[in-house]
Design a protein around this ligand. Structure first.
Ligand SMILES: NC(=O)c1ccc[n+]([C@@H]2O[C@H](COP(=O)([O-])OP(=O)(O)OC[C@H]3O[C@@H](n4cnc5c(N)ncnc54)[C@H](OP(=O)(O)O)[C@@H]3O)[C@@H](O)[C@H]2O)c1
Length: 281
């Protein structure tokens, strides 16, 4: 049985490969990368490397040759629907027998601009008839590091998401469930992978506990949010993207209550305090 993980040079893919290595001989593990020059560490670890780009369907067909079970890590927004269609069609043509796909929280109901590509991809996978798991990942705790670092730097934890709640968890926790799915765990076709939803007040207080430092917790307007990040070294264009995430959270796009995550993991998720501690150590 051959397993392939896409996005292998990224954070999620990397964690997934670590978990996969614990369960499968490396000769059956394939990592897909866009650029072979980034694959040195994977090769050194004895993992087979395939080169492929979601934007190039021929390369995807070559990358997926002989692959039985695919962990399809979603790509970056932009031309994602066409890119993901290439991946799904190539998987069908290659005879892939199972796909785990990293989707978006409540993809079928969400109004976030991020959700449309994921729902599109879920529908395509469904149409192929290939058995699958949609890993509807809530928000990585890692996404908050720029806000957290700005807070530790300036003593001000500034957010613009109002009372909106998020089901944060660590990227490695999501990746562990993805690998369980890939290995054939008896999961439903859709997993809503969410930590317990909490707001930024709770996150900021968890930061205080994790670091022993006190911060001013400031519910800000949009301009104040951007200005704070920029003052702490975040480029304005990146701060603007972070603001769109604040809108999603304010609009309850990530406020998901589900027991799927802990059930699939088989243990409680780390607390926000412990997660932050781990990321900051
Ligand atoms: N749930 C969340 O909180 C959240 C937040 C942000 C993103 N996401 C989604 O989750 C995915 C994984 O997260 P991550 O943290 O691992 O992201 P990441 O570190 O940016 O890694 C993304 C991976 O996808 C690869 N990739 C991007 N476009 C590709 C393409 N056209 N063809 C082939 N490979 C491509 C990248 O390759 P290169 O190394 O060559 O660039 C990289 O390996 C993201 O790509 C995004 O779709 C989720």
């Amino acid at each position: 049985m051959n397993y392939l993980v896409t996005g292998a040079t990224g954070g999620f893919g990397n964690y997934a490969l670590e978990f996969l290595k614990e369960n499968v001989p490396t000769e059956n593990i394939f990592a897909m990368v866009r650029s072979e020059t980034k694959a040195a560490a994977l090769k050194k670890a004895g993992i087979n490397v395939r080169v492929g780009d979601y934007g190039d369907k021929d390369s995807m067909e070559r990358a997926l040759e002989g692959v039985d079970r695919l962990l399809f890590v979603s790509g970056a927004p932009g031309n994602r629907q066409q890119e993901h269609a290439n991946v799904v069609e190539a998987a069908k043509e290659a005879g892939v027998s199972y796909i785990a796909y990293t989707s978006f929280a409540k993809a079928d109901k969400a109004t976030s601009p991020l959700a449309a590509d994921h729902l599109f991809t879920e529908r395509l996978i469904e149409k192929t008839g290939i058995p699958h798991t949609f890993l509807r990942n809530n928000w990585y705790l890692e996404n908050e590091l720029p806000l957290v670092e700005a807070a530790l730097n300036s003593g001000k934890f500034v957010y613009a998401a109002g009372n909106g709640k998020t089901g944060w968890a660590l990227k490695k926790e999501y990746a562990e469930v993805a690998v369980k799915a890939l290995l054939g765990a008896d999961f439903p076709a859709i997993l809503e992978l969410s930590g317990k939803p909490v707001d930024y007040q709770v996150l900021a207080k968890a930061l205080e506990t994790a670091t022993g430092k006190t911060v001013d917790i400031i519910s800000s307007d949009d301009q104040g949010f951007i200005a704070n990040l920029v003052a702490n070294g975040v480029p304005e264009s990146v701060a603007e993207i972070f603001l769109t995430f604040q809108y999603d959270i304010k609009n309850d796009q990530l406020d998901v209550t589900s027991t799927d995550f802990e059930k699939a993991l088989g243990r409680p998720l780390r607390s926000i305090e412990a997660g932050l501690k781990e990321l900051l150590d």
